[in-house]
Design a protein around this ligand. Structure first.
Ligand SMILES: Nc1nc2c(ncn2[C@@H]2O[C@H](COP(=O)(O)OP(=O)(O)OP(=O)(O)O)[C@@H](O)[C@H]2O)c(=O)[nH]1
Ligand SMILES: [Mg+2]
Length: 203
């Protein structure tokens, strides 16, 4: 009886948890984004970093973000983007429910060369098949950042090929927070739509 009651209690109180990977080249703004999301959604989070207030991530940062209506959790994995660390990304793919690919919109030379190649490798990897992909054109607060239309021109040939998979390109400023809530809302709806093929874990 105790086990039955405990099971029922768990069933009623447990909530869906979805893992979201924050990927992108070094200096794209992944850690800044994670800290901004925490400052918006977690009541006791420290203030987010100011410009230049982060250090390159070696390894990972992880935070669990509670969302409401319905209550679910997003587990955000911020993973180091330096080229020597990128080989570690694939060990996270099989448990990912969504991928956020963050781009520094001011770094035009790397967008033309490195970024597109790296994005392609991520979305074409067999273990990310069917996983929703959100591309964030970050640093929109900076004057020299590429227009979203220009960035889409570069990114769309890759993303469009994804076929049935959900994907979107959104402009954000992780520093100022512009577009961050929209990005989180997009993720929330897409991971839930996709839960038949990638079921959440319960917590
Ligand atoms: N102006 C501006 N600067 C930003 C923005 N997002 C991040 N930055 C700056 O870009 C630099 C790198 O940011 P990080 O968040 O550390 O980048 P990262 O993607 O985590 O880098 P790695 O950990 O090396 O993979 C820092 O100086 C940030 O302050 C933004 O939206 N606008
Ligand atoms: Mg980082």
């Amino acid at each position: 009886m105790y086990h039955l009651a405990k099971g029922l209690y768990f069933h009623v109180t447990s909530k869906e948890e979805y893992s979201v990977l924050l990927l992108g080249l070094d200096n794209a703004g992944k850690t800044t984004l994670l800290e901004k999301v925490k400052s918006i959604y977690l009541p006791n989070a420290p203030p987010p970093p100011k410009e230049g207030g982060t250090i390159p991530t070696v390894g990972q940062n992880v935070s669990i973000i509670p969302l409401t209506s319905p209550t679910i959790y997003l587990k955000l994995w911020d993973i180091g983007g330096q080229s020597t660390l990128r080989s570690l990304w694939k060990s996270y793919y099989s448990s990912a429910h969504a991928i956020v690919f963050v781009i520094d919109s001011t770094d035009v030379p790397r967008i033309e060369n490195e970024v597109i190649e790296v994005l392609k490798e991520v979305v074409e990897h067999e273990e990310t098949e069917g996983v929703p992909v959100l591309v964030l054109a970050n640093k929109q607060d900076r004057e020299e950042s590429l227009e979203i239309a220009q960035l889409k021109e570069a990114v769309n040939p890759i993303v469009v090929k994804l076929g049935a998979r959900d994907s979107r390109v959104l402009p954000v400023s992780a520093l100022e927070g512009t577009g961050v809530k929209e990005a989180v809302e997009w993720l929330k709806t897409r991971v839930m739509w996709n839960k038949e093929s990638r079921p959440p874990t319960m917590r």
